[in-house]
Design a protein around this ligand. Structure first.
Ligand code: PLP
Length: 471
C-alpha cells in the first residue's frame, strides 16, 4: 500500500502541476464514458498500476477541471493541497461521526471547526452548528424544524388526512436558490407553496412585496411558515435586506432561514462584515465550506438558534446506539439530521483553515473580489458590453449587445459566446437569465486564479463575440 500511495501522490501532484495545460471541459457525448466500461463488474481484481492506467485512459477524458484557474463557472469549489490531504486521511480513518462515542475526535473536531467558522462570519455563540453535505440538504433540515415550530405535531402525526392543517407557505425572492422548492417537495408541503417574492432593481428581496404576500396568504386561509433570505444569490451575489426581513419574521412569528451558502464567507473580511447584518436574528443560517471557504465538496454548515427544535424532529435513537455520552454534555450529531452514518468532514475543514490561517483565507477572498471588480471594469469600458447586475461579491454578470441587434438575437448571441468559449477548453463560464435577459456570468473563487487568467478569458469572450456577431 505504501508504494501505491506514493504512486497516487505522484499522480495527484502531476495533475495539479499540469492542470492549466488541460482543456477545461471535455468534448465527450452522453454515454461515451460509460461505454468504455464492462457492463458487469469484472470477476478478477487488478493491480493499482493498471487501475491508474484505466483512470487516465477511461475516466480523465470525461472530467471537467473545476480546479483549473480559468474555470469561472458557478461557484467554483476550490480544491487545495491541505484539504485534499484531509480527505485522504479521513478515508484512511473511515470513522463514522454519528455519535460522540463512535469517534469522539470526529464529533469534537466538527464542533471546533463549526465554532471557528461561526466566529469568523460573525454569528453569535448562541447558534449551534452541524455539518451536512450541501446547502440544499441543510435547508431541508431547517424547514423541517420550521414546520415543527409551527406547532403541528407533524413528526408524530404526519400530514395526510389532517383537514385542520392549512397549507404552509414559505417565501423567498425570485433570485433565491431552487433548493427551496426541493425542500418543500421533500417535506410534503408542495412546491406551489413557495411564494417567489419580487426582487428590486439590485436583485434584493422587496420587503414590502413580502409583507403584501404574507397578508394576502393569511386572508386566503393559508399558513405562513418561513422566509428564506439570501446573502449572495446564485446569479448575481446580491444580498437581501435581512434586518428588515427579520423584523417581518419576528412580528409574524415566522422562521427565518438565511441562505449564506456563498456570501457568508465574505463576512470574514472586517470591511465586509455588514453582509451578514441581521443574520444574528435568524432561526437558521447556512454557509457552504465548498463555495468560498476553501473546503472541497462537500461541506455545508447549518447554524441554528433553535437546536432543540431541530433535535425534536430528528432524534430517534435505536437501541444499539443508546449511550450515556449525551448526559455528560456530548453531542450526537445523528440526532440533528436524517443521516445516521456521517463522514468525518471536519478533518479537511480543519486542515484547510489551519493551513491557510485566517489571514490567508481573508487575503484570497479579498483578492477574488478585487479580480471581479477588475473584470467588471473591463466590461464597462468595452463598447456594447455592459454589466447586467451590480458587483457585490466575486461574481460578474454581463451582456453583449452589438448596435442594431434585437434583444432576442442578443440573448442567443450571449448563449452562443458561452458555449463557444467553453467548447474551446481554454476558459469556462456560465450564463444566467436576469429580468428575462440572457447574460454571461463569471465567478472567481479558485485559489489559483490570477489576473492573467481573467485577461485571457476576457479576450476569448470578445473574440467569440466578434466572430459570432458577424455570422
Ligand atoms: N444557495 C445558493 C445561494 C446557491 O448558489 C446554491 C448553489 O449554487 C445553493 C444554495 C445550493 O448549494 P448546494 O449545492 O450545496 O446544495
Amino acid at each position: 500500500m505504501r508504494e501505491e500511495l506514493h504512486r497516487v501522490a505522484e499522480w495527484i501532484a502531476s495533475y495539479k502541476e499540469t492542470i492549466e495545460q488541460r482543456a477545461i471541459a471535455p468534448t465527450v457525448q452522453p454515454g461515451e464514458i460509460a461505454a468504455k466500461f464492462a457492463e458487469v463488474a469484472p470477476m478478477s481484481g487488478a493491480p493499482m498500476e493498471q487501475l491508474l492506467g484505466e483512470l487516465d485512459a477511461l475516466i480523465m477524458p470525461g472530467i471537467v477541471h473545476w480546479g483549473h484557474p480559468a474555470f469561472l463557472g458557478y461557484f467554483g469549489s476550490t480544491s487545495n493541497g491541505p484539504a485534499l490531504i484531509g480527505e485522504m486521511i479521513a478515508a484512511a480513518l473511515n470513522v463514522n461521526a454519528m455519535t460522540w462515542r463512535t469517534s469522539p475526535a470526529a464529533t469534537e473536531l466538527e464542533g471546533v471547526v463549526l465554532a471557528w467558522i461561526r466566529e469568523m462570519i460573525g454569528l453569535p455563540d448562541a447558534f449551534m452548528g452541524i455539518v451536512y453535505d450541501t446547502a440544499s440538504v441543510a435547508l431541508m433540515h431547517a424547514l423541517a424544524a420550521a414546520r415543527e415550530a409551527a406547532g403541528s405535531e407533524i413528526r408524530t402525526r404526519g400530514l395526510v388526512g389532517r383537514a385542520e392543517l392549512k397549507p404552509f407557505r414559505v417565501y423567498a425572492s425570485d433570485q433565491a436558490h431552487s433548493g427551496v422548492e426541493k425542500a418543500m417537495v421533500v417535506l410534503g408541503l408542495g412546491e406551489e407553496n413557495v411564494v417567489r417574492v419580487r426582487s428590486d432593481e439590485r436583485f434584493r428581496m422587496d420587503v414590502r412585496e413580502l409583507e403584501r404576500a404574507i397578508v394576502d396568504d393569511i386572508a386566503h386561509g393559508l399558513r405562513p411558515m418561513a422566509v428564506v433570505a439570501t446573502v449572495g444569490t446564485t446569479s448575481t451575489g446580491s444580498i437581501d435586506p435581512v434586518p428588515e426581513i427579520a423584523a417581518v419574521c419576528c412580528a409574524r412569528e415566522l422562521w427565518l432561514h438565511v441562505d449564506a451558502a456563498y456570501g457568508g464567507a465574505l463576512a470574514m473580511l472586517p470591511e465586509r462584515r455588514d453582509v451578514m447584518a441581521g443574520a444574528e436574528l435568524a432561526d437558521s443560517v447556512v454557509v457552504n465550506g465548498h463555495k468560498w471557504l476553501f473546503i472541497p465538496l462537500d461541506f455545508s454548515a447549518l447554524y441554528t438558534r433553535r437546536p432543540d427544535i431541530l433535535r425534536s424532529v430528528f432524534a430517534l435513537t435505536p437501541e444499539y446506539l443508546r449511550g450515556d455520552a449525551e448526559s455528560k454534555g456530548a453531542v450526537d450529531y445523528m440526532d440533528y439530521g436524517i443521516q445516521l452514518g456521517r463522514r468525518f468532514r471536519a478533518l479537511k475543514a480543519w486542515m484547510a483553515i489551519r493551513a491557510f490561517g485566517r489571514e490567508g483565507m481573508e487575503a484570497r477572498i479579498r483578492e477574488h473580489c478585487r479580480l471581479a471588480e477588475l473584470f467588471a471594469g473591463w466590461v464597462e469600458h468595452q463598447p456594447y458590453y455592459s454589466t447586467a447586475a451590480p458587483v457585490t461579491m466575486a461574481v460578474v454578470c454581463f451582456r453583449f449587445q452589438p448596435p442594431g441587434m434585437s434583444d432576442e438575437s442578443a440573448d442567443l448571441l450571449n448563449e452562443q459566446i458561452v458555449e463557444a468559449v467553453n467548447a474551446s477548453g481554454d476558459a469556462y463560464l456560465t450564463h444566467t437569465t436576469l429580468r428575462g435577459w440572457r447574460a454571461m456570468r463569471v465567478g472567481v473563487g479558485n485559489v489559483l486564479t490570477v489576473e492573467r487568467h481573467l485577461q485571457y478569458a476576457w479576450q476569448r469572450i470578445r473574440d467569440e463575440g466578434e466572430r459570432l456577431s458577424r455570422m
